[in-house]
Design a protein around this ligand. Structure first.
Ligand code: F3S
Length: 426
């Protein structure tokens, strides 16, 4: 790999042990990937220091040692300096306010709060969300980034036209310190053109529709880049959030084109950028209903223990809509309703009275984490319901529960009646 003088100096240890470990990691990683060089980045989104509760419980409690081992793959602990790149902490294992609801004990809480202090002292912005693009980190078209979190990566590549691969905690840790990331994959113009052609033959309008479509597209194209035609209305942030998260879960989609909507290709031809067009994949009613049934494939019992909203983290509009749907109703005593939003939006939700409205109805507004990442559910939970194709893909597998998938209204109905009556639009 070709290195600049500055990069070579870091690798040789001229800027300290931590920079040396970070550059060594990036060079090893880049060489495996076939990258010829590194690229500058000033926008890095990486993991919470501990990543998950299990990591925290198994690892050393000393933050420099944890960062050295888990984020730099260093052979021995190094003193970690402040980050060089603008760096943002993604979602973590615990809600720093409602850790009691999660069932986190005080020792775990204290360790996570210590990790927050470590991140803040090192200049890592405590966004604590999987949707940094909702709360101030909105990269511009063509900007080279280093982001973890598949649902955020597919959003910024596609909707915003920024450039990032799905990075890991080690590469983002090293990128935070050095401001560098291997120049490969979706950083390169040549790798951003369409590989698959999806023709949508039914109306796609609700949030649920976009989740189902995304899940089907991901299964079809796996790690390819689809271009979609047949979309008849401009989807908003919530719909694109659901679509991308679902496509990244069932496959490994990191980028897609919807001409007229996404940032780069204005037409299907432009999406191919001179490549031979791919065979057309057709999405109609049969594909829709089969995918919906697949998403509810783990569910048998209709008594719902937990309804989870906010995967990826909810917008203020979604929080407000939950409040509206709950008006005059209460969460069923045998059920729970958890709504997850970014930490910064939770503060707005508190100012606007949404948090109070949710609490009055027996729901809980949470931030910083989610059940899949934090690996927590109310005690005894056997059946969950959610409006997120991504969450219903992961939670049954991770937490051994049954999962229903449906619209936001169906989910709130389930939370207030304790029963799932969703129909999948049939
Ligand atoms: Fe975010 Fe957790 Fe979903 S990280 S995208 S809420 S699985």
């Amino acid at each position: 790999m070709r290195l600049t003088d500055d990069e070579r100096a870091m690798l040789d240890g001229a800027q300290g042990e931590a920079m040396q470990a970070a550059m060594d990691l990036l060079v090893r990683y880049g060489e495996v990937l076939g990258a010829e060089r590194l690229v500058d980045t000033d926008n890095v989104c990486g993991a919470n220091l501990f990543g998950s509760r299990h990591t925290m419980l198994c690892g050393s409690p000393e933050p420099d040692a944890v960062f050295s081992e888990l984020s730099l793959d260093a052979s021995s602990p190094v003193k970690v300096p402040p980050v060089r790149a603008q760096s943002y902490q993604l979602i973590g294992p615990m809600d720093t306010k409602r850790w009691d609801v999660q069932g986190v004990d005080e020792a775990e809480r204290d360790a996570i709060m210590q990790s927050e202090t470590f991140s803040a002292e090192h200049g890592i912005h405590l966004m604590n969300t999987c949707t940094p693009y909702q709360v101030g980190n909105v990269p511009v078209k063509g900007e080279h980034c280093a982001w973890m979190e598949s649902s955020a990566v597919v959003y910024v590549n596609s909707v915003l036209g920024a450039r990032t691969n799905v990075e890991g905690r080690e590469s983002t840790g090293a990128a935070m310190l050095t401001g560098k990331i291997p120049y490969w994959g979706l950083h390169l113009e040549a790798n951003r053109s369409a590989t698959h052609h999806v023709r949508v033959r039914r109306e796609i309008s609700s949030d649920r529709d976009w989740g189902v479509l995304g899940y089907w597209v991901g299964e079809q194209v796996q790690e390819g880049i689809p271009v979609l035609e047949g979309i008849t209305e401009v989807p908003n942030l919530v719909k694109l959030k659901h679509f991308g998260a679902a496509a990244a879960s069932s496959g490994g989609v990191e980028m897609y084109h919807i001409p007229g909507v996404t940032a780069e290709a204005r037409t299907v031809d432009e999406a191919y950028a001179g490549r031979a067009p791919a065979p057309v994949l057709e999405f109609g009613d049969d594909e829709y209903h089969a995918t919906y049934d697949q998403l509810c494939g783990t569910a048998r019992d209709r008594d719902v223990d937990l309804v989870m909203i906010g995967c990826p983290h909810a917008t203020l509009g979604q929080v407000r809509e939950v409040c509206r749907l709950l008006e005059g109703r209460r969460v069923h005593p045998d059920s729970a309703l958890w709504v997850f939003t970014p930490r910064a939006l939770r503060q707005v939700a508190e100012q606007n009275g949404y948090a109070r409205a949710l609490a009055d109805a027996g729901a809980v507004l949470m931030s910083d984490t989610c059940p899949a990442i934090g690996q927590f559910l109310p005690k005894g939970t056997r059946v969950i319901a959610t409006d997120s194709a991504k969450q219903v893909h992961y939670l049954p597998a991770i937490m051994n529960v049954q999962g229903w998938f449906g619209s936001l209204a169906e989910c709130v109905d389930a939370a207030t009646t304790g029963r799932w009556e969703g129909s999948g639009g049939r």
